[in-house]
Design a protein around this ligand. Structure first.
Ligand code: NAP
Ligand code: ZN
Ligand code: ZN
Length: 373
């Protein structure tokens, strides 16, 4: 008996409230409504942003099912869905692509206005939830929610990918694309240039890979966990620096080593201090800084405008500037071994072990844990 059109009962990790471990629960996932897709999740990475929601750095409604970096298989589709069919392998998109808003019509932006990052409704387009647990509706995260065996997403929030793509391809759904694309698409790193990447997590490592792919000649990796330095060097960093080793700000150290500063800095830690160090580590006449990290909603960058006046620029980037449709090609490139994401995976765990994955992320051990369902 097929499951299409029926409620599905399955296991999910529910965050009932912030600052508490996730709870493994039996939930009900309603069938997809018109222009929605129900997906059986195969694997999901745990991103710094999931952890930041739990720590209330990124605001969200609770109770919520976190997770936004996954690969899965379409179980069923709602009326009017034409982009995928049951059985297709897909990556859910936390930045959707509606095709008709100002951003989707522009080649300069990937930030589709149908995203749920600003309003943070935690609901589907009809303002209802597809998840129920213990009789209560559960909110979704950025229209994705992947720490569950089944989820429902809008049909504009799904990219069809190679059916043979392995579990590790889930990381193309956020961490890899975010860091790699920030170097290639947003900073537009040039051959022979100098770069500094701040924060050596999944996003930071991917930014190093992007800088190398763009032909940078010197890449500084800046982080506080020295055990990650050999991996950063293996991936393309030419030198790693721990700010704790110096009695002056790390931007001064970088400026001294690079005749006045790097050409490009990419911030992947989500901290005000590293954002300011990134900006000040770039060359005053032309340096480009890209902020990827998400700082606490109450924090502000204390920006002296003179830092920009002489030619520096400060940019942001969501999902590495990639539009949803480009995810299919990223996975194709991965399958052809033009890019790799496997270096990001440090641990594979079951859904029951998800709180261990959050502990590993918070302690800075390893890079990415992926949950295999
Ligand atoms: P992650 O694995 O936790 O990495 C963050 C890194 O930042 C850590 O490994 C650590 O680097 C450094 N860091 C964090 N807190 C620190 C502290 N208190 N002191 C010193 N260093 C600290 O997270 P991620 O998944 O790579 O994500 C990185 C950031 O990007 C997060 O803010 C996340 O929310 C954001 N993000 C943004 C987008 C986007 O589209 N813009 C997408 C995904 C994630 P070291 O180990 O080197 O010290
Ligand atoms: Zn993410
Ligand atoms: Zn759009």
């Amino acid at each position: 008996m097929g499951t299409a059109g029926k409620d599905i009962t399955c296991k999910a990790a529910v965050a009932w409230e912030p600052h508490k471990p996730l709870s493994i629960e039996t939930i009900t996932v309603a069938p997809p409504k018109a222009h929605e897709v129900r997906i059986r999740i195969l694997a999901s990475g745990i991103c710094g942003s999931d952890s930041s929601v739990l720590k209330e750095i990124i605001p969200s409604k609770f109770p919520v099912i976190l997770g936004h970096e996954a690969v899965g298989v379409v179980e069923s589709i709602g009326a009017g869905v034409t982009c995928v069919k049951p059985g297709d392998k897909v990556i859910p998109l936390f930045v959707p692509q509606c095709g008709s808003c100002r951003a989707c019509k522009s080649s300069n932006s990937n930030f589709c206005e149908k995203n749920d990052m600003g309003a943070k409704t935690g609901l589907m387009a009809d303002m209802t939830s597809r998840f129920t647990c213990r009789g209560k509706p559960i909110y979704n995260l950025m229209g994705t929610s992947t720490f569950t065996q089944y989820t429902v997403v809008a049909d504009i929030a799904v990219a069809k990918i190679d059916p043979k793509a392995p579990l590790e391809s889930c990381l193309i759904g956020c961490g890899f694309a975010t860091g790699y694309g920030a170097a290639i698409n947003t900073a537009k790193v040039t051959p022979g240039s100098t770069c500094a990447v701040f924060g050596l997590g999944g996003v930071g490592f991917s930014a190093i890979v992007g800088c190398k792919a763009a032909g940078a000649s010197r890449i500084f990796g800046v982080g506080t966990h020295k055990d990650k330095f050999p991996k950063a060097i293996e991936l393309g960093a030419t030198e790693c620096l721990d700010p704790k080793d110096y009695d002056k700000p790390i931007y001064e150290v970088i400026c001294e080593k690079t005749n006045g500063g790097v050409d490009y800095a990419i911030e992947c830690a989500g901290r005000i201090e590293t954002m300011m160090n990134a900006l000040q580590s770039t060359y005053c006449g032309s340096g480009v800084t890209v902020v990827l990290g998400v700082a606490s909603q109450n924090e502000r960058v204390p920006l002296d405008p003179l830092l920009l006046l002489t030619g520096r620029s400060l940019k942001g980037s969501i999902f590495g500037g990639f539009k949803g449709e480009e995810v299919t090609k990223l996975v194709d490139d991965y399958m052809k071994k033009k890019i790799s994401v496997n270096y990001l995976v440090s641990t594979k765990l079951t859904l029951d072990e998800i709180n261990k994955a959050f502990e590993l992320l918070s302690s800075g051990q390893g890079v990415r844990s992926i949950i295999v369902y």
